[in-house]
Design a protein around this ligand. Sequence first.
Ligand code: ATP
Ligand code: MG
Length: 390
Amino acid sequence: MREVFLLKYGEIVLKGLNRNFFNTMLEKRVRKALKSVQGEFYYDYAQSTLCIWGSDDADMDTAHEKLKKVFGVATVCRGIQCEKDIEDIKEKLAQYAGELLGNAKTFKCDAKRSDKKFPLKSPEICALCGGVVLENCPDIKVDVINPQRVITIEIRDRAAFIHGNGEKGAGGVPVGCSGRAMLMLSGGIDSPVAGHMIARRGAAMDAVYFETPPYTGEAAAEKVRTLAEKLTEYCGEIYLHSVSLTEIQETLVSTCTEKYFTLLLRRFMVRCACKLAEKYGAGCIVTGESLAQVASQTMQSLSVTDAVATVPILRPCIGLDKEEIVVRAREIGTFETSILPYEDCCTVFTPKHPDTKPDMAKILEEEAKLDIEGLVERAMATDHFVRLDG
Ligand code: ATP
Ligand code: MG
């Protein structure tokens, strides 16, 4: 049977006057997500729900996976469409019930009647449809309290639909509704999660990876690229920049006091990331920092890094424990890549005893020994990027 997806919109239905803008953005994201999927897809938006039909040759399983990653969608339902006629509903349910139930042993029917003119009331629809299921699936039992499967019959304005338990969508708001962000993407666990969290709030993402050739190699760069590619499944296209910090790192090592290396380096990273943000139209920087996780993430260290920023730094992981970040990394599929053992550019020159309570005056004293503008300018000249498509 030809199936249909019903995408229930999340909080964007509450967005008042901006609602049209959010809706248009979401439909654009959905169309983009399905662009590379085999088959044609047809769309109809009504009653805070986007209906999507596939052509006969459409790859509905792949489409389903992709739709679950589109931000702005609260629930993804997969089912069939019927005429608004109980006989047609019963006939189609008889054919489709087996597929909807899968291995479930118990079920219940649930009716949603947004068209109040439909001649049958919800309990009557449930009773009739429940009877059809019992007739056609001999091993199944009704359990209205704790069913393994819910079969939902929706009587909407333009048609009726039958679908199984809707699955949770990606939530949030559509990418592009909140401008653009520049994600500082290392090969670690935290920064991909941070990027995902901000994209989920509607920001389109670009990313920058700071490398230190030859101290960091091709494998580390490849790992970051894989992480960025995973993020494109949610964010759509990402321009991934690479900027070399080799000259900066070597200069720090030869000129500055060891315990300040990490913070001095982080200030250079932020300076470069801000320049990129300004050049490519990003309104903020995103990092995977979490309070107290490592020396450079104490309150004092964060304020020392913030002091050089020219755009806001968003740190969505700031209040999360490592374990919570790991759970999210697993959910979004970046964890396995993040734990691959390649050096990132911070760890190559990490001091043995980093300063956890840095004094701004000391940092400025260290920086007075350096040609900051020149170093930043030459680092920025190494910027190159690839466009990764979602
Ligand atoms: P992550 O797991 O994301 O690497 P981390 O716990 O290792 O974070 P740090 O190495 O202190 O923490 O980095 C903090 C943040 O700074 C990272 O989350 C990331 O946003 C950014 N960052 C660190 N190293 C790099 C790098 N080489 N390139 C780009 N951004 C980086
Ligand atoms: Mg790291």
